[in-house]
Design a protein around this ligand. Structure first.
Ligand SMILES: *Cc1c(COP(=O)(O)O)cnc(C)c1O
Length: 370
């Protein structure tokens, strides 16, 4: 195959029609109100509450700050049971709150926290469980909640990958004490940078709204040591535009995903995304695990890169093995996460990825099989 001239990257942000966005931001020149809970901020918050089916939702400048501030708002102490098979944000949010992550292994089918392994990790210091609906796959929310209830623990989901997916007809916002969504430019739905926290208890609304604005309650009362994590009006305008096109976005991603499956299904040594019972997927990622395939994950990555096609080792390394945590968390504690991290590759997936390009990507992979 001839090397492509224009690279295919692992992702590409979906853009609303330019005129639509231009029209949205025009009024900002009249109002000159650019941030601090402006009109678009309020509109987007309302629309997202409706879409996610929750009464309780606060917007943030990004998903990571939403997660940090949810942890702060819940006043967690000690240890938090979490997964290392995730993006840096999940683990860092725990550590940056002065808490200790305790890594639970994942189950091998959908890469989410293995509920069979949680209870053995609970100690007197445990205050919460922080699982990730990784790649848009839902965690076993029922069993995790049952364990949390039995031990009096909070449950916070990293739902950064899960916008648009549903379990038994409900969005991820319906589960746990709180869920963090990311609206980063690379996510299924984006506000350039952005995020939200959804939560079950109404009192958190006031606290999170204060925390994201320095803990300021009013001009003379600063009640919490907050930070600055407010979503601005340009971000909210982008969100309002993109929300109008969400169904189309999901539909295009579905077509790309189906094309991958048509091309790769049945190839020995490949583990492809598997449907989950009662889950409506959002086609956020296309992770492939190379296990007993004709080439290793790294060889596949290199063969694709040689064609100007860029897949991503997502998640490698697993977060417990980051340099900044060196020597703190033995890799052997989470053998399944370690194993998957060494073998997984997420293939390019975005709404406007041409189906012919999917065929080309798959041809490179097939050429490496036995
Ligand atoms: C994107 C992402 C985040 C962080 O979201 P930002 O909006 O980029 O801050 C957290 N966790 C996971 C799993 C993510 O993929």
């Amino acid at each position: 195959m001839k090397k492509r001239e224009t690279p295919i990257r692992v992702t590409r942000s979906s853009m609303p029609p330019f005129e639509e966005f231009a029209e949205m931001i025009r009024p900002l020149w009249d109002s000159a109100w650019l941030t601090n809970m402006g009109e678009y901020h309020e509109q987007l918050e309302k629309q997202l509450k409706e879409y996610l089916g929750t009464e309780n939702l606060v917007l943030f400048v990004n998903g990571h700050m939403a997660l940090e501030m949810v942890i702060q708002a819940l006043e967690l102490k000690g240890e938090v049971i979490t997964t290392p098979f995730t993006f840096a944000s999940t683990t860092h949010a725990i550590v940056r709150n002065g808490l200790t992550p305790v890594f639970c292994d994942i189950e091998p089918d959908h890469y989410t926290m293995d509920p069979d392994r949680i209870e053995a990790l609970i100690t007197e210091k445990t205050s919460a469980i922080l699982p990730v609906h990784v790649y848009g796959n839902f965690c076993d929310v029922d069993r995790i909640q049952a364990i949390a209830d039995r031990h009096g623990l909070k449950v916070i989901y990293d739902a950064a990958h899960t916008f648009g997916a549903r379990y038994r007809g409900k969005s991820a916002a319906a589960y746990g004490d709180a869920s963090m969504f990311s609206f980063h430019a690379t996510k299924v739905f984006h506000t350039i940078e952005g995020g939200a926290a959804a939560f079950s208890q109404t009192w958190m609304d006031h606290r999170l709204n204060c925390l994201k604005n320095y803990g300021i309650v009013d001009q003379e009362h600063v009640v919490w040591v907050g930070g600055n994590a407010k979503m601005n009006e340009f971000q909210a305008a982008m969100g309002l535009c993109n929300l109008r096109h969400l169904e189309e976005e999901l539909d295009k991603r579905r077509r790309v995903t189906e094309r991958y499956l048509e091309n790769l299904e049945g190839l020995p040594g490949l583990r492809l995304p598997a449907p989950q019972k009662d889950v409506t997927p959002n086609y956020a990622y296309f992770p492939v695990v190379f296990d007993g395939f004709g080439a290793s994950r790294n060889q596949v990555w290199e063969a694709l890169a040689a064609q100007n096609i860029f897949a991503r080792k997502y998640f490698y390394p697993i977060t417990s093995q980051f340099q900044c945590y060196e020597g703190q968390f033995p890799a052997a504690d989470t053998p399944v996460a370690l194993y998957m991290g060494d073998r997984v590759l997420t293939l390019p997936l975005y709404a406007d990825l041409a189906l012919e390009d999917v065929d080309d990507i798959c041809a490179v992979i097939r050429g490496l099989g036995v």
